[in-house]
Ligand binder design. Sequence first.
Ligand code: UN1
Length: 500
Amino acid sequence: MATAVAAKVFKNFIDGEWVEPRNGKAYENRNPANTDELIGMFVSSTEEEVNQAVDAAKEAYKKWRLVPAPKRGEILFRAAELLVERKEEYAKDMTREMGKVLAEARGDVQEAIDMTYYMAGEGRRLFGQTTPSELPNKFAMSVRQSIGVCGLITPWNFPMAIPSWKIMPALICGNTVVIKPAQDTPLSVYHLVQALMEAGAPAGVVNIVSGSGSKVGVALTKHPQVPVISFTGSTAVGRVIAEACAPDFRHYSLEMGGKNIILVMEDANLDLAVDGAIWGGFGTTGQRCTAASRLGVHKAVYKEFVERFVERAKALRVGDGLDATTDVGPCINESQLKTVMEYVEIGKNEGAKLLTGGKRLQGGAYDKGWFHEPTIFGNCNPKMRIAQEEIFGPVVSVIPIENLEHGLEVANGVAYGLSASIYTRNVNRAFQATRDLYTGIVYVNAPTIGAETHLPFGGTKHTGNGHREAAIAAIDFYTEWKTIYMDYSDKLQRAQIDNS
Ligand code: UN1
């Protein structure tokens, strides 16, 4: 039975208004830790709603692009202040709709706060270059120009942080946005947008169209008035988006899967490495693109490390993220839980050694949610599917390694390249690893998770398509360079000819 609490009906947010869907029906958003709890009803929108939102964003763009960037920054700054005030409330709602433990939900809201302040500050920078011309009486510079309506498609695992990574840089650069939140976590996007609107973002600058990837996502990616698409999600969907964007040269940024490794060398501080492996592997129930789903452990410390790691994993308390004693929350939904269970079977069949976990948690309150035991497979061959494919759940594959060279080969021997880490006390090895790990992010003596908003975020190979989120890198994606030559000589000056 649905509880009466917050069974609120959310409409799409278009042109500054909550609008009745023209065609889309409502769907339920339930708490993954307790599916009796209905978080709210959201619109399963269709192409019609997308068109309406894009029209609004296109109209709003005409004025927004001309608002001085420092003024846009002031709006972002006020939005950040509101998020600070509401952090606890928004974090609790996030735990209810997504399942991650409250401390992590607070971190998620904090990441959105950090990004919003950071991009607010960018309003007074957005630097270009000025440089001497090769010709006399001529001036040269480059400036950033906004692009237009950005279609943003965001995932459920960082329900507020990742939307902020896309919305804030898009806005500060003078673009307008239509965002499609993940179906499982629209509420956190509504909260984020609420803060922006109260902070003074004009109508139409940010629009929300909720619903499925197959309807809303597809409609956005093929809309001729949406020149920019930013997507975070699976590699399979990213490929579809790339194909949809290619024919008319739409800009698209893809943040996709990961199969991140922690290398534990024989000289590592093992206590620290175990802490890192637990946090990296089971934080957010392993549902991070940056999760440490592989461990490469030097054979000299393999036995000892694995014993300690398994013991710690066994002690993790799985449950409702709002309960202060919970370490690991549920999987996001039934289908994700099934994927985890399928991979456990795959691992067993491949001959990996199940060291702990391996089962769905059942009985009592567990029956109302999508809980799975923290699971560790040992003695994995790096070519096994559980050591190659992204699982996105609480499953870690441990691979014995011979030495650093072997560890690096294993680390780089996957289709993805998001994050990697090495635990060692040898500075030479640390530098060699930072040089030779072919990933977008490398950590030394820290797990594979924990990126900060003022540094570029993203990955190589099948993780991304060469763009980065966060930091100045995001500004590069949401603007185009315009190079301006100002000739004040009053005569024709031919570059490369008259001055040679
Ligand atoms: C993700 O895993 O999808 O670095 C994003 C981290 C977080 C962001 C993760 N700051 O783990």
